[in-house]
Design a binder for this molecule. Sequence first.
Ligand code: FAD
Length: 314
Amino acid sequence: MKVIEHIDKSSNPLFSFEIVPPPRGRTIEAVIEVVNTLQPYNPSWVDVTAHPAGAYYNEKNDGSIERKIYKKRPGTIGICGVIQNRFRIDTVTHLLTQGFTKEETEDALIELNYLGIHNVLALRGDGLNYNKQYDKVKHRNHYAIDLVDQINDVKKGIYLDEINQSIPMDFCVGVAGYPEKHFEAPNLKLDIQRLKNKVDAGSDYIVTQMFFDNQKYFDFVKSCREADITCPIVPGIKVIKNLKQFRSVPSHFYVDFPDEFVEEAHENPDHVEEIGVRWAIKQGEELLNANVPSLHFYVMNDAKSVSQVVKKLF
Ligand code: FAD
């Protein structure tokens, strides 16, 4: 089932979660373990993140440095297929513009269609640490909106090359929104205008970047509605587990922590996990009381804290 159908049809509060594929060379067991832990609470869908190839450097025996380009976390589509077919939970495949040609994106959409996966989150991705060679034959999308346009084309049966008897493919398309503004946007107003362009191009729903102060989400939704963005806006929640994250989360995701949360965690360094769970439950309760369409948890690869939160909320 599509994400938008889950949201439209449900009269109960919903939740979804997001995981990352394992690093190259590992088994899929850790991912299965996360899904096993959260499955009893009936998630409506699971997102699997996408990762482009990057440049990695190894020192060889002779002291020289070897540069290799590879994907550290391949397997997004395969993992979606496993979860959807083994657990019967709908999956959302993340697709990126950065690091992928339009041809690779079209191939990915064809694979998803064969697997019966009809949900994608269209994203740009963040700067690559090497320059992939593109030429006149291999094209790439730039912003997420370009990806939404390409997906829209295949929904109408329009492929990159003219193909006889090409079939239309059916996808529900989500895009990302930033209650505290995307870090590159000059201001929130323009960022929301660009978000509206993504929605008008054919996106069905928005998932937000994580936030720790619900007021930021409520203000963002209000501004989106004033800008005529009418689709569901699913709030993203991250459960904090250790003090280190109070530094790493703002530097990676450009979001703030409320004073009260920071103070409580720093005054009780041995109880940060418990404080993080309590904070997320408080956030979740307030959001559910405000009738949000669903809660989206950034689980990544450890479901323990999130399971304590969803156990309380659902
Ligand atoms: P866009 O919508 O393209 O916007 C990027 C920036 O460009 C914004 O500042 C926007 O205002 C600006 N912009 C848009 N259109 C224009 C225009 N026409 N002219 C000038 N500026 C413009 N990253 C991954 O690598 N893999 C993942 O799986 C992944 N999953 C994510 C899931 C969620 C829910 C979220 C919120 C983020 C995720 N990200 C992921 C991170 C995301 O790739 C980054 O935040 C990225 O920097 C922006 O992606 P976007 O799709 O929002 O980009």
